[in-house]
Each structure stands twice: as C-alpha cells, then as structure tokens.
Ligand binder design. Structure first.
Ligand SMILES: Nc1ncnc2c1ncn2[C@@H]1O[C@H](COP(=O)(O)OP(=O)(O)OP(=O)(O)O)[C@@H](O)[C@H]1O
Ligand SMILES: [Mg+2]
Length: 394
C-alpha cells in the first residue's frame, strides 16, 4: 500500500467511525456506497462484500431515509398533501428535501463561479421579462469539482435564494439500493419534483456512469440513462434542474450537452482559504488573528470541508481548555506539514521564521526543516533582497 492509499484508508476509517458512532445510519450507507464505487476497480472482492452488506442489511426503522431536515413542502396548490415517493422495498426515500430560509449563508465562491450563478438567479427572478422577449431562463446546470468545494451547499443556497425547497436525488443511494426498479423509481421522484415549485438536484450523477462497467445490469442502466436524458430534455423552464459530479470524465456526452450551463468549482486559492479560515473560526477569529496566515499556508491544497473540520476541532479543543491558540495551531500545522513537498516545507519554515515569534527550534519541530537550512535560506534571501535593492537604487 502506498503512503497515499494508507492515508486515505485511515481517513475513511475515521469518517465511517464518526458517522457510525453518531448513529447517522443513512450517511453510513451513503458512505459505504461510495466506497463500493471507489474500490470496484482496484479491490473487487472488498467492493462486493460491502455491496452485499448494503443490499442485505436493511436499515432499521421504516423512515430511516427520511432525513431529520426540515419537513418537506407537502402541500400542493390545491392544498392536499403530496407524498414524497418512497421505494417500498428498500424503504428509502429517494428525495431528501431541504427547506432553507433566505438567511442560508452564501458559500465562498470564486468569481468564475459566482458570476454565472448570479446571472442564473437574475434570469430566474425575471422569467416574465425574458418570456416577453421569447426567451427561457437557464433551466439546467451541472456543477463540476473535487469533493468538499461546495457544490451541494451552493445548490442549497440557490434554492434558498429562490425561496423554494431543494429536492435532492442522490444517485449513489438510488443505484446502490434500488437495482431492478430504479428507472420507475427515478421517474416517480422526478414527476413529483415537476409538480411542485422547487430546485431539483441530481447529486453524484457519475454514479450512473460508473455502474456502466458492470456487465450485469446493462439493461437497467440503459433505461436509467434514458430516463434521465429525457427528463433533462423535458424539464420545464419554470423548474430548475441542478446536478453535481466529481468525475466529469465519466459523464455520458449525451447527458453532458443537455445541460445549459457547466460551472467549474475550483479548489480554494490562498485568499479564499484565508476567508474560509476566518469564516469557520467565527467568534474565535480574534483569538487566532495572529495565526491566520500560518494556518492558511498549512491548509493549502485542502478543500473547504477539510479546513472546516480542522478549524472546528481547534475551536473545540480551545473551548475545553486543551491549550493556547499558539499551541493548537502548532499541532495542526505539524500535522499538515507532512503532506507538503520538501520545497514547500522550507518555504513554510521561512514564513514562520519571518512572520511569527516562534524560535527556530520550534520551527524545526513543526516543519522538520533543520535550523541550519532555515539560516542558510534566510541569508540567501536577505542577500537576494539587498542585491535587488542595490540594483533598483543603482
Ligand atoms: N465554497 C464554500 N464556502 C464555504 N464553505 C464551504 C464551501 N465549500 C465547502 N464548504 C464546507 O464544506 C462542507 C462540504 O461542502 P459540500 O457538501 O457542498 O461539498 P461538495 O462539493 O458537494 O462535495 P462532494 O463532492 O463530496 O459532495 C460544507 O458543509 C461547508 O461547510
Ligand atoms: Mg456534494
């Protein structure tokens, strides 16, 4: 096993333990379904065993998949209740429903994401004006990006901005539990979504594509893809259809070109990481003020969700008297620094040396960069700086 593999296995283990211990059975199932997909290629026996558990061990409690989120918008216009479609066999509700208020926080978005989304919202709010000119608003969009960059929360935020519920059809859940009947199930779910004002969100659409390699259910898959293609085609312009994927390369080109708008979510850059740290620190921002730059260096190449998790842990430890801000930051940094390359570690050591009051010994302990190396580079740096000063003054 490579270092990378073993780091991933460890983090998966931690994740699943966390979900299991907090009794989030639904999330455990989703997570296991994800592992099944991940390991199908490299560890088929393991994938199959997990998959078997998913199929044979039923969740306890009939309403297990009905989330504890706010209740669905259950009244249709006529006032009668519209039931959320549920698959009898697996008892999984196919749709998770989120009702967020207008105060749902706006995700931190890169300008390249923010702009098209602002336009999308503007179009939605002026459907009549567009219609007067014979134009339809953007009716479908697919969000592409690595895990934890904010695709899902952005979908929730958009629905909140539009004042309608977000209906989430999680295709991983559908695929892993409803084989044999998924076509009909998806259609039922989508019909429901068409009848009420909402944003429909197809999460993890690559789940379908991935299943393709599985010879056994080719027929089923073809039906599924057809259903989805038709639905995207026929989606009424009054509704908004969003989708998300981590694996654009797996998406059927026929499905791909049916989306009006493709939005690429970027991993956060240095400025955004700093903003994220400040946001996640919340009321503790002041206590860590001196350390934001150090933290943002340590968090480079991490996703928003990783940053949030680490910051939350930091805040909890601080709240329980587990150390001073400096000590806690050092702990985080020491851990992160192992993931950096040698050149970055040196750069980081120099940053700590110039920006903080840490001794070179502590910097060495944190970064693994020797005091000699720090001194050498510092000398080289100041020599370079004075050279460039002489040059500019000359
Ligand atoms: N752009 C962002 N701004 C602020 N917080 C973010 C952002 N992106 C992610 N987060 C934090 O990380 C968490 C996970 O984000 P989210 O579920 O939206 O990621 P995702 O892109 O949908 O990932 P996945 O591909 O794994 O589904 C969020 O609950 C939020 O706290
Ligand atoms: Mg998501």
């Amino acid at each position: 096993m490579t270092m990378e593999d073993s780091t991933k296995v460890k983090s998966d283990l931690v994740q699943i333990a966390r979900l299991a211990l907090s009794e989030k059975t639904d999330d455990v199932r989703l997570f296991v379904a994800r592992l099944v997909r991940q390991y199908r290629g490299s560890e088929p026996a393991l994938a199959e065993q997990l998959d078997n558990y998913l199929r044979t061990i039923a969740p306890s409690g009939a309403s297990s998949f009905m989330r504890k989120e706010s209740p669905p918008a259950q009244r249709s216009k006529a006032g009668e209740a519209t039931a959320v479609p549920v698959d009898d066999e697996s008892r999984l509700s196919l749709l998770k429903i989120f009702n967020e208020g207008p105060d749902y926080p706006k995700p931190l978005l890169d300008a390249s994401v923010e702009q098209p989304l602002a336009q999308l919202l503007r179009e939605r709010k002026q459907i009549k004006k567009l219609a007067g000119l014979g134009l339809h608003p953007t009716k479908s969009s697919v969000f592409v990006g690595a895990p934890g960059v904010g695709k899902t929360i952005t979908a929730r935020w958009i629905a909140a901005q539009l004042g309608v519920p977000l209906l989430v059809l999680d295709l991983t859940a559908v695929m892993s539990s409803l084989l044999g009947k998924s076509g009909a199930n998806i259609r039922a779910a989508l019909d429901y979504a068409k009848r009420i004002p909402c944003v429909l969100f197809l999460d993890e659409i690559d789940a379908i594509a991935k299943r393709r390699s599985d010879e056994s259910d080719i027929g089923e898959l073809k039906r599924l893809v057809t259903v989805i293609l038709q639905e995207v085609d026929e989606w009424p312009p009054t509704g908004l259809l969003l989708a998300a994927t981590n694996h654009p390369e797996l998406i059927d080109p026929a499905l791909w070109r049916r989306f009006d708008l493709v939005v690429d979510f970027k991993s956060p850059d240095a400025t955004t990481i700093e903003a994220a740290i400040n946001r996640f620190l919340g009321p503790d921002t002041l206590k860590f003020e001196k350390w934001v730059e150090t933290l943002s260096y340590a968090f480079q190449k991490q996703s928003f969700s990783d940053i949030e998790r680490d910051i939350n842990r930091l805040r909890r430890t601080l709240a329980l008297g587990g150390g001073t801000p400096q000590k806690l930051v050092e702990d985080v940094v020491t851990h992160k620094v192992t993931e950096l390359g040698r050149a970055e570690q040196i750069e980081f050591a120099l940053l700590l040396d110039s920006q903080t009051s840490l001794s070179q010994r502590s910097i060495h302990e944190i970064t693994g960069v020797s005091r000699d190396t720090i001194r050498k580079h510092r000398k080289a740096d100041s020599a370079a700086a004075s050279r460039s000063r002489t040059r500019t003054t000359a």
